[in-house]
Write a protein that binds this ligand. Structure first.
Ligand code: SF4
Length: 304
């Protein structure tokens, strides 16, 4: 199994359009605004940032270049600030990006990806704009119910102008229990957050001990769903691989059934593929017809 664990399991290196800017999906651009986190998660899929193995393009984005890129790519509708932890970024860089993105008519939303707000809510909330010209999402990374603290809930009340989707990697030995996941979703929903994605643990080198097969992950996910009401079970069980984001919609005998939720090409969305239920990871095989899909930004670049 260990041979599938690699430095960059989702091929992020293939989606940098300029240093610090990834453009994998047509409508969304991801900006690296920080290379630090308040606490480094043992399961981080970008642990290359923290162990001296960063890719050449794993750089903090230049705001002038980023805004130029966004200005010239009107297909982009949403920007995600990431890293590292977006709220560990230089406040001046955040301000410059906030101001610049607010002026771009084709961008409808800004997402701020953070776990620092979970670890120390009061220390970081001032970095989130109180008023903003675009729809603001604070995308939290929360793995266990006890991380939904009174302090976090209090801070989120002051951020009522933001939506707060929550992403949770499913991790053996950490949170892969139906009761625990159901409790997490309940606490998130009561506190006004939205259970958003449950992620199959990405096979980054060093993540071997957290891996679950699709069958194991699906058992946990559907076990949590079976004890949650409809308004609470809003999360999707997904994997984010080289070709896109695939939702694990079910297990059929010895196969996991996957539906493309987001693809490197729009034609992929909604297509169905099957993987072994005993696998911990999957991607489109090289001879799959969809693998020829070319990201939109690359098409544009090759047309010039
Ligand atoms: S907060 Fe995110 S980027 Fe930072 S160490 Fe954890 S998983 Fe990695």
């Amino acid at each position: 199994m260990s041979e599938i664990f690699e430095l960059d399991p989702s091929n992020e290196r293939g989606y940098f359009a300029i240093p610090g800017l990834q453009h994998k999906y047509r409508e969304t651009v991801l900006l690296f605004v920080a290379q630090d986190c308040l606490q480094v998660c043992a399961w981080c899929f970008r642990k290359r940032l923290f162990n001296g193995q960063a890719l050449e393009d794993d750089q903090i984005v230049d705001p002038v270049q980023a805004l130029d890129y966004l200005r010239s790519h009107e297909e982009v509708q949403s920007v995600l600030l990431s890293g590292g932890d977006a709220l560990m970024a230089d406040p001046g860089l955040l301000r410059e990006l906030y101001d610049g993105i607010a002026k771009l008519d084709h961008i409808h939303s800004l997402r701020i990806g953070t776990r620092a707000l979970v670890h120390d809510p009061h220390a970081f909330s001032h970095l989130i704009p109180r008023q903003y010209a675009k729809k603001l999402y604070v995308v939290l990374h929360i793995v266990r119910p006890e991380e939904v603290t009174p302090q976090l809930v209090e801070v989120l009340e002051s951020l009522h102008h933001c939506s707060v989707p929550v992403q949770t990697p499913l991790l053996a030995g950490i949170n892969a229990e139906p009761d625990l996941l159901a409790e997490l979703w309940y606490k998130l929903t009561v506190a006004g957050m939205q259970p958003y994605y449950i992620f199959q643990c990405r096979p980054a080198r060093g993540n071997e001990r957290f891996a679950l097969t699709f069958r194991e992950g699906h058992d946990v996910f559907s076990g949590a769903q079976s004890q949650s009401t409809g308004v609470i079970k809003t999360a999707r069980y997904v994997m984010s691989n080289r070709s896109g984001k695939w939702e694990v919609i079910g297990i059929d005998h010895n196969e996991a059934v996957l539906r493309c939720h987001q693809g490197i090409s729009p034609e992929m969305i909604g297509t169905i593929r099957r993987a072994s239920a005993h696998a911990v990871w999957w991607d489109l095989p090289k001879d799959d017809p969809l693998i020829d899909a070319i990201p939109i930004w690359r098409q544009a670049a090759s047309d010039e």
